[in-house]
Design a protein around this ligand. Structure first.
Ligand SMILES: *Cc1c(COP(=O)(O)O)cnc(C)c1O
Length: 310
């Protein structure tokens, strides 16, 4: 086995698929199931494990350089993988104003895990995938560095997420519909390819650009469109890391009803969207709906709240 394959980390796969009793679904004859990807690995939870797995195997121990905002789950997962498997990591962080200031808890965790942090000003960060800009960033990295794009979404990540769809399809009583929260859309692009039923994506960013990105990711990974997916753009609650009192109350209540803490940036918006759709009569009675729990809340007591970034 490849010494740097994340299967060495003993991920819990397939992740559990758990029915939950929720009258907002049962009232309409619907069954809600939670696909507990948050339980895959304590340090690389959820879709971050699925997206990194094939990339880390391809990197084969080389230093991994990747990109993210100041609160990026992807940066934290990459740093943790580097510590656990013993390879170097470099994180290019959006915002040069962060340089020289105390690190927030998320970046402090990355640094503790041995990630070297490079702070990029916003114009540089935006242009990071342009060859000249990337070349300048790479001057600070070893020659054979392995580059993973922002949010970890590339063709290998999308292929890794297809396994999520296949796990759902192979369940003893498979769901008819699966819902997932979307940032870059990489998870949705893979999931839809592996799942024969309908896939619903709930973007957490505002802007309406995600459909084109999902198509481009499927083109890169599979050479063309795959699966039966669509987006519902109504549940971003103002944009990335934005929330409303209603969403916060919803997430608190959902967690209390079902005994799990709900991650707020992504998972809460997807569940809120599903409850709304069920109330609108969007699913025929008898439909089995799986909601992918793509991550867990950050174990962080107090401290600054995320303001931007992913
Ligand atoms: C990163 C992340 C997502 C978004 O995944 P994409 O592949 O970028 O769409 C969803 N949920 C959680 C909890 C995440 O951390």
């Amino acid at each position: 086995m490849n010494a740097f394959a994340p299967s060495r980390l003993r991920p819990r796969l397939p992740s559990p698929l758990e029915p939950v009793e929720d009258e907002r679904f049962t009232r309409h004859g619907l069954t809600l199931l939670l696909k507990r990807d948050d339980l895959i690995h304590p340090d690389l939870p959820g879709n971050k494990w699925r997206k990194l797995a094939l990339n880390l195997r391809a990197a084969a121990g080389r230093t991994v350089l990747t990109f993210g905002g100041a609160y990026s789950n992807h940066l934290r997962a990459t740093a943790a993988a580097g510590r656990l498997l013993g390879f170097g990591t470099i994180g290019v962080v959006r915002g040069d104003e962060l340089a020289g200031r105390p690190l927030n808890p998320s970046l402090a965790r990355c640094a503790e895990d041995g990630m070297r942090l490079l702070f990029a000003d916003r114009p540089t960060y935006r242009a990071k995938h342009e060859p000249a800009v990337l070349a300048r960033l790479l001057e600070q990295a070893p020659d054979d560095v392995y580059v993973v794009p922002e949010g970890g979404s590339n063709a290998l990540a999308v292929e890794g997420c297809a396994e999520l769809g296949r796990e759902l399809a192979g369940a003893p009583e498979p769901p008819d519909v699966v819902a997932v929260a979307c940032g870059t859309g990489g998870t949705l692009a893979g999931l839809a390819a592996g799942f024969p039923g309908r896939t619903l994506g709930v973007p957490v960013l505002k802007g309406g650009f995600l459909g084109a990105e999902v198509r481009a990711l499927q083109e890169a990974a599979f050479g063309g469109p795959r699966g039966d997916w669509r987006l519902d753009e109504r549940f971003h609650c103002g944009g990335y890391a934005r929330t409303t009192p209603e969403l916060d109350a919803f997430a608190e209540d959902f967690g209390a009803r079902h005994g799990l803490a709900i991650e707020r940036l992504y998972v809460a918006k997807m569940l809120y969207g599903l409850v709304s759709l069920a109330g609108e009569g969007a699913f025929p009675p008898g439909t089995r709906i799986a909601a992918v729990v793509t991550g867990a809340p950050e174990p962080r007591a107090t401290g600054p709240q995320p303001d931007s970034s992913r």
